[in-house]
Design a protein around this ligand. Structure first.
Ligand code: GSH
Length: 229
């Protein structure tokens, strides 16, 4: 099994954490974003969306980190509570995963990682979206009053949301005015050190890119204008 990953991409780290949680051996193939390895014809055959990560499970090719995590659970650990089978529990996990990808992480990404690469402003509007996202997640945690994102045990929803939250730590953005999000984040770290070890690599990479913006001189991105130095 191979997983195509990018060095600072939270969706890649979510898949890596899921593999670790399920104890699935997998070869990591590093895709060099800065020189546009994901924009080549060869990569296009793997993922016409030209996005990273992609899973290659012995010729079964799958993109989209949420789908990859769900597949790994269903295929290799169908009884594992990390992706519960009971429809309502599973629906809540799926809801949290969608919430993360389409709302929470989207806003966090635009404020944290995107400006390190491209001409995305880190401005008041972006900050408002981050605060709205954190406030929404805080409200979800308050409503359910559970230790983890979708219940009292760890699920792939936590893995997705941890990867979505960690860019804030990477750029030193404080979110301790959200006590439940903070408690959940710290609980994940202390109870799942083998998973956090993977997340920490991403925090460190994002922190490094914060100090030294990535060199994109060899990347001619078709969608995003380059960062203004
Ligand atoms: N929905 C995708 C999002 C993946 C994604 O945004 N990947 C980024 C790297 S972290 C990417 O490949 N972006 C393509 C680009 O910027 O050209 C997933 O979860 O797999």
């Amino acid at each position: 099994m191979k997983l195509y990953v990018v060095c600072d991409g939270p969706p890649s780290y979510a898949c890596r954490m899921a593999l670790k949680a399920l104890n699935i051996p997998c070869e990591l193939v590093d895709v060099n974003y800065n020189i546009g390895e994901h924009l080549t014809d060869e990569y296009f055959k793997l993922n016409p969306q030209k996005e990273i990560p992609v899973l290659d499970d012995n010729g079964f090719i799958l993109s989209e980190s949420i789908a990859i995590m769900q597949y790994l659970c269903d295929q290799y650990a169908p009884e594992n509570p990390i992706y519960p089978k009971e429809p309502k529990q599973r629906a809540l996990v799926n809801q949290r995963l969608c919430f993360n990808m389409l709302f929470y992480y989207k806003h966090i990404f635009q404020y944290t990682i995107a400006p390190q690469f491209f001409d995305f402003p880190r401005d008041e509007l972006g900050k408002k979206k981050v605060e709205l996202s954190l406030n929404t997640y805080e409200t979800y945690l308050k409503k359910k009053n559970t230790k983890y994102a979708a219940g009292d045990c760890l699920t792939i929803a936590d893995i997705g949301l941890i990867s979505g939250t960690l860019p804030l730590e990477g750029i030193g953005y404080k979110f301790d005015h959200y006590p439940l999000v903070t408690k959940w984040y710290n609980t994940f770290k202390s109870e799942n050190p083998e998973l956090w070890e993977i997340a920490q690599i991403d925090v460190d990479q994002i922190a490094e890119f914060e100090k030294n913006n990535p060199d994109l001189s060899k990347l001619n991105h078709p969608l995003y204008p380059p960062r203004k130095n």
